[in-house]
Design a protein around this ligand. Structure first.
Ligand SMILES: Cc1ncc(COP(=O)(O)O)c(C=O)c1O
Length: 452
């Protein structure tokens, strides 16, 4: 068998590397014997793969804004794989799942059930405009796969436009439309007809990207869809003003559909149920997932405009857990929590508070080159002399972990902060204190070693 010798783990990607020397150093210092044993067991039985095995540490519980490791250390979870809008193990979600398990635990494909139809109705109610017909899937990548198939059936076209550096899932079809080298390289033939364009940025290049999309749509003439995140969740990059309106108009002019991937960001994180509501456009299809299952049950959904209900005799998403009553119960309870606990307003309010504090930090820390945020999705970019300060970002992440705050580093140098939306203002302040102190301590070390 071929053992891979080229380390791609440093490639720009979704998360922090599982093979970094800093991770090993952190483990050497922090793990107790029981955790080491469990990680050894994990490494023995799981296939090793980038971004996961070998793992950093092991968890024993998660509740509210906290995760706890086997040795009893608690971390505020600002990572959560984006499943934790309502925090971990929200009592109302857990209760709904338990009740559903007692009533109806599974629903074979030829039947429907109240939980599933209740969720489909609720999604149609909360989704803006014409978005009202849905299919569920067990995960985000599968739901994107359904969207790709629906586009083909609805338009008769198989070509797509998506963005370099984007991520839409880890299956073969989704890594084809995705633009991350870590997932695409060395895996063999991907889907045909997949065009990639430069990602938008908040300034200049973004408009070029909208024009470029228009050019590809025109020149190719048979593109089925443009697929993208309305805001890049990991690096917290928004498009420039009018960007999506321009792309929407281009799609309409050239007969292509607009598909938004809101898997990590929908359902409240940005202060709206759907992120695209900030941009004054409506896609033909939106895909959601992750937090839909309340961080308890895997659950995703593709929601399409009614006129796309055209594939009665085709299989779009033939999944075993297609109308999972348990997943639907978790999702309904999650959406109810978001509504009843005022999490949209909370996300906006706390997001403003956090961003103001981050702006303040930027004044004091020479390593911070930019801070960004929409609701409670926040990004802190670290650079030195115009270069990405990737090593510094990693150091800050491990120091914050040591001090009880977990978050992800994206694209090498962006600290991605995704707090649960239920977080209390004082907890948010405490987390930002940890970040502030860690940035300061790491900068001192970096500057100290430069002077030597
Ligand atoms: C933007 C985006 N799309 C799709 C996915 C894939 O979702 P899943 O892991 O549920 O397949 C992810 C997961 O990280 C994501 O961030």
């Amino acid at each position: 068998m071929q053992k891979h010798t080229t380390d791609l783990s440093h490639e720009k990607s979704e998360g922090d590397s599982n093979l970094s020397p800093r991770r090993r150093a952190w483990q050497d210092e922090h793990l107790d014997d029981a955790t080491r044993e469990l990680l050894a067991e994990d490494a023995r039985y799981f296939l090793h793969q980038s971004l996961s095995t070998p793992c950093l540490s092991a968890m024993s519980s998660c509740r509210g804004i906290y995760i706890e490791d086997l040795a009893g250390h608690r971390y505020m979870d600002f990572h959560g794989n984006s499943v934790h809008q309502v925090g971990h193990a929200h009592p109302k979600v857990v209760e709904a799942v338990k009740r559903q398990l007692d009533e109806l635990a599974f629903c074979p494909r030829r039947f429907s059930n109240e939980a599933a139809t209740g969720l489909a109705r609720k999604l149609a109610e909360i989704a803006p405009g014409q978005l009202c017909k849905t299919l569920f899937a067990p995960g985000g990548a599968e739901a994107i796969g359904i969207a790709l198939k629906l586009v083909r059936h609805a338009t008769g076209r198989f070509k797509t436009i998506s963005m370099w550096d984007s991520f839409h899932g880890a299956s073969l079809d989704t890594i084809s439309v995705g633009g991350e080298a870590l997932f695409r390289r060395g895996v063999g033939p991907l889907l045909p007809g997949v065009h990639h364009v430069p990602p938008y940025s908040e300034t200049g290049l973004g408009q070029h990207s909208a024009e470029y999309i228009d050019t590809v749509l025109e020149k190719e003439g048979d593109i089925g869809a443009v697929i993208a995140e309305p805001m890049r969740c990991t690096t917290v990059v928004s498009p420039p003003p009018e960007y999506w309106q321009r792309v929407r108009e281009s799609c309409d002019r050239h007969g292509a559909l607009l598909v938004f991937d809101e898997i990590p960001i929908a359902l409240g994180r940005t202060g709206r149920m759907f992120c695209f509501e900030h941009y004054g456009v409506e896609p033909d299809i939106v895909v959601i997932g992750k937090g839909l299952g309340g961080g308890v049950v895997p659950m995703a959904a593709m929601i399409a405009r009614a006129e796309l209900d055209i594939a009665e005799d085709r299989a779009l998403g033939h999944y075993t857990h297609e109308k999972s009553p348990v997943g639907a119960a978790a999702a309904l309870a999650t959406i109810r929590c978001i509504e009843e606990e005022g999490l949209l307003e909370r996300s906006l309010e706390l997001g403003r508070r956090a961003l103001a504090r981050l702006e303040e930090m930027r004044e004091h820390h020479t390593s911070i080159s930019d801070v960004r945020g929409l609701g409670l999705q926040l990004g802190v970019e670290l650079s030195r002399e115009g270069q990405k300060a990737a090593d510094e970002a990693e150091r800050v992440m491990y120091l914050c972990l040591e001090r009880g705050l977990s978050f992800k580093v994206s694209d090498g140098n962006v600290l991605t902060l995704s707090p649960p939306l239920i977080i209390e203002p004082e907890q948010l302040d405490r987390a930002l204190d940890i970040l502030d102190e860690s940035l300061r301590d790491v900068a001192r070390k970096v500057e100290g070693s430069r002077q030597q």
